[in-house]
Design a protein around this ligand. Structure first.
Ligand code: GRF
Length: 192
């Protein structure tokens, strides 16, 4: 059994695809808690509907980021969390969380890192006029989208494609790739 916390700030489509993936459940993945920094985010209802506890916490209620993350660390300890999965969590992770979970925080990014890091990965690739972009799953380190890459999938940008069409294609790939990569990691852990 691997106990995970998912961190998300928005819609939560990746959250859903992970939570509803039967192969992940069969492999022993247990989503113990959703950590969300936006009280109105749609992902909260998605967790509640599935009976997954939610921990809603906003940085503005703390004097600094370290204190904010320390409260999250304390909460995760209650669930004995092994691994953190970021799924559209729109904040940089700092050393307070990283030192508790070294190489145990995983992120999905909607571009082929190291190209187009940051919060507008899809749009930045589109505007740059590149013919190929993609999706990256990587470990978190102290930088912004700089940690070691676990898996990538490329996606062509067609000449007459709109940004909305590209976004939808990228999300479709994300929804397949993230659960698949998590499953591989789980199976590798079992072999350890
Ligand atoms: C995804 O595109 C992910 O790559 C990025 O944020 C988006 C989250 O979407 N980090 P959702 O909330 O999972 O629908």
């Amino acid at each position: 059994m691997v106990k995970v916390a998912i961190f998300a700030s928005g819609t939560g489509s990746n959250f859903e695809f992970i939570a509803d993936n039967q192969a992940l459940k069969d492999a022993g993945l247990e989503i113990e808690v959703l950590v969300c920094d936006r009280p109105k985010a749609a992902v909260i209802k998605k967790a509640q509907r599935r009976g997954i506890p939610t921990f809603i916490i906003q940085p503005k209620d703390f004097e600094n980021r370290s204190h904010y993350e320390q409260v999250i660390v304390n909460e995760l300890a209650k669930y004995q969390i092994d691994t953190i999965l970021l799924a559209g969590y729109m904040r940089v992770i700092t050393s307070t969380l990283l030192s508790e979970y070294p190489m145990e925080i995983i992120n999905i990014h909607p571009a082929l890192l190291p190209r187009f890091p940051g919060i507008h990965g899809i749009e930045d690739a589109y505007k740059a006029g590149v013919s190929v972009t993609g999706v990256t799953i990587h470990y978190i380190d102290e930088g912004v989208d700089t940690g070691p890459i676990i898996a990538q999938q490329s996606i062509p940008i067609l000449p007459d494609e709109t940004l909305e069409q590209l976004e939808s294609k990228i999300h479709d790939v994300e929804h397949q790739l993230y659960p698949k990569v998590i499953l591989n990691l789980l199976n590798n852990k079992k072999g350890d």
